[in-house]
Ligand binder design. Structure first.
Ligand code: NAP
Length: 519
């Protein structure tokens, strides 16, 4: 039994009381506990601001990058132990757990490489120097400087490693100290990472809250940042925080998303693009048991191809083995918690009010390596919605599990885009087509509703990692239902933790102070 402690104020501390239980979702056995009751929240935030901020800001980008590289190496070095923890506490298959752990070390390594390209600079320059006066000596320059508060990271249960790593990479490189909080239910992996990385960083640069948030967000103000990943419901509560409403506390929200995949009418059965579409839909439904914010929830296919796509997907999903994620051959483990299972089942019932279940559902099903009725298992479930224009639940309700709905459209890009937009804003939409005219029309109609658009075609069929993989080079986030936030995107990810300032003055002074190239 692990008792998870928190690292705040430069010390490992246990909360009082019994706290919350961490459960193995395969067996329902309690494997750990965590409590944050009684922690000194004001003290934790003050310590990060006072000690961690100045220590990081004294470093160059290259030096901060070396910290990220050390974190990446430490996580990679403990890969096997972290994967085991992901299987035990998250119900991940080995592949799912690797995806999370390698996502963390890979993203940190990517930002370490980016940092090296910035060298000895401490200020990030934004755009070119602009001549402001009649004479060239009066100029202006936009720069990003680190905010001087604390960056509080609140993560969802599904990516305890990657969520910690990707947020920490951007904040630490920007020069802000991090206080990171995983979801309590799956905190084991993040706690193990915290134990590894805390000693590698300057005092106060990294703090870890092992359980419920308590009063962590209450002391925050205009120089602090909250980067939140989780449900729209919690996001709504955070938007009402006094610091946000009255104090200009910067809040970034990564929330729900009804990600879409659109199969173009030009795609013929058996082609590379067709196979890529089917492979991606099945992967996105099954990887991490569908508990990915970027998973395809709605697959749009031209009406003429709908029956064939349905048949192919059902055949592939029938082969998927659900069960104990430590068993060979099992590719779908349990959902992470009992509430997630309840909500997944209720979600399927809700979707079924406007669609029919063609495989899976809420009834009994076969599980590998599981005794009795233990575990939070949900089978891969595909629904078909025959009347997508009038449907509501499928465009409004995210079922956070191995669940997707197939919807037919009339074959025009305009109709596909109009249906996609009913999702109210998403993280990613993929268009599978080799017809440039269709792709062009679809791209510009769906782009305003998404943070990322993937154009999948036969030319990249053998290379694309799939829309569900968030790459550090590219933005992650989306408008509307997805929360309106932005993370990652290479150096763009540092903006959240920085103040963009327009500096005006004489060219030699700006060149000297901001480290600009001489004009
Ligand atoms: P959640 O219930 O909203 O919890 C997310 C995090 O918020 C947890 O760490 C939770 O802590 C914390 N939290 C809850 N109430 C809080 C409060 N009042 N103040 C501060 N923190 C609070 O979401 P979840 O069930 O973990 O995650 C599933 C959802 O996340 C799905 O809807 C999914 O779409 C979304 N998600 C989005 C992305 C993205 O990048 N857009 C990525 C992954 C997941 P405790 O666990 O301690 O309660």
């Amino acid at each position: 039994m692990e008792i998870l402690d928190s690292y705040v104020g430069g010390e490992w501390k246990r909360g009082s009381g019994d706290g919350e239980s961490l459960v193995d979702p395969t067996t329902e056995a309690v494997i750990g506990t965590t409590s944050t009751d009684g922690l000194d929240w004001q003290g934790a935030v003050d310590f990060a601001r006072r000690e961690g901020g100045p220590a990081l800001r004294a470093l160059t980008f290259a030096q901060r990058g070396e910290l990220l590289r050390a974190m990446s190496r430490a996580i990679h070095g403990a890969r096997d132990e972290l994967i085991e923890a992901g299987i035990r506490n998250g119900g991940n298959t080995r592949g799912d757990a690797k995806f999370d752990v390698d996502g963390a070390s890979g993203t940190l390594a990517h930002y370490a490489d980016l940092a090296a390209t910035l060298g000895d600079a401490k200020v990030l320059v934004d755009g070119d120097t602009i001549q402001l006066g009649r004479a060239p000596r009066f100029v202006g320059q936009h720069v990003f400087v680190p905010k001087v508060g604390a960056a509080v990271h609140v993560n969802a249960f599904n990516f305890p490693a990657w969520g910690l790593g990707e947020k920490a990479a951007c904040a630490l490189l920007a020069g802000m100290p991090v206080i990171t909080k995983p979801a309590a239910s799956t905190a084991l992996v993040a706690w193990k990472i915290a134990k590894l990385v805390a000693p590698l960083l300057p005092r106060g640069a990294f703090s870890f809250v092992a359980g419920p948030p308590g009063g962590l967000l209450m002391p925050l103000g205009a120089q602090d940042v909250v980067a939140f990943t989780g449900s729209s419901r919690t996001a709504a509560a955070l938007r009402a925080l006094p610091g946000v409403v009255q104090g200009s506390l910067r809040l970034n929200v990564e929330a729900d998303s009804l990600n879409a995949a659109v199969l173009g009418p030009d795609v013929s059965p058996g082609s590379d693009t067709w196979n890529l579409f089917l492979k991606d839909v099945v992967r996105e439904m099954t990887q991490k048991a569908g508990q990915k914010c970027t998973a395809i929830r709605r697959a749009f296919v031209p009406r003429a191809l709908a029956a064939e796509v349905e048949e192919e997907l059902v055949a592939r999903l029938r082969e998927v083995k659900v069960g104990d994620p430590s068993h060979d051959g099992v590719t779908v483990g349990p959902l992470a918690t009992a509430p997630q299972l309840r909500s997944g089942r209720a979600g399927i019932e809700k979707l079924a009010t406007g669609a029919r279940v063609v495989i899976g559902g809420t009834g009994p099903f076969e599980k590998v390596g599981v005794t009795g009725d233990k575990g939070y298992f949900l089978p891969p479930t595909l629904l078909v919605c025959d009347a997508p224009d009038g449907a509501t639940a499928v465009h409004e309700h995210e079922v956070f599990g191995p669940v997707a709905t197939l919807l037919a459209y009339d074959g025009s890009a305009a109709h596909a885009a109009a249906l996609v937009a009913k999702g109210g804003g998403g993280l990613v939409c993929t268009v599978y087509s080799d017809d440039r005219a269709f792709v062009a029309e679809a791209l510009f109609a769906i782009a305003p509703f998404h943070g990322r658009v993937m154009l999948a075609s036969e030319k990249i069929a053998d290379q694309a990692p799939g829309p569900g993989t968030v790459l550090p080079q590219m933005l992650h986030g989306g408008p509307g239902r997805a929360g309106g936030g932005e993370e990652l995107g290479g150096l763009r990810g540092l903006a959240l933790y920085s103040q963009r300032v327009a500096v005006q003055g004489s060219r030699p002074i700006l060149e000297a102070l901001l480290g600009l190239k001489k004009g």
